[in-house]
Design a protein. Sequence first.
Length: 192
Amino acid sequence: MTTYSTTDVSERLSTPVSTVKLWADRLRVGNRNSQGQRRFDDADVALLEVVRSLRDSDCGFETITRQIASTPVVDQQPIVNDRQREASGIDIPPADTRQVPNLDALVERITATVTAAVTSTIKADTDQAEKYARAAHRVGQLEEQVRTLQAENGRLRSILALPLWQYVVKGRRLLAEAVGGTALPAGGQELT
């Protein structure tokens, strides 16, 4: 079985090596050899070609994974000679580079990849929703504390808004009531 390096795939797709690596990581395609280098088989390259064409159409990665998952794989008869290729009017590579050696394995791999990507996305969305709920609860608690502090602030401001002589009068009145007498201000008249 023929395998391709990341650079080979990058050149074949006319896509930067870093992008091929990103797609390979996100779709979990390709294997690493004993030296740790990425190697791609024909099925991997076919999948990455689909990704590239969808990205060229400005599809996001979530859309791409949904598209790959929902696209039925059709086992087409390869065009076997140059005359048939020319008659089709389509620029189709020779059959040996177009054929996917094991179509069932490709379908299983794509299904597993899409399932993993969807599961990962759902988990990330669930985590985000949980964080949002905690944050919203904390915001509610803080808003309640703000309302309490504003009420206390208003109460204290109303107390402090009285002129100083009223504090003296109220203090004398309270003192007189505590002792059992009547309190009059220095002028002799009781103020309200």
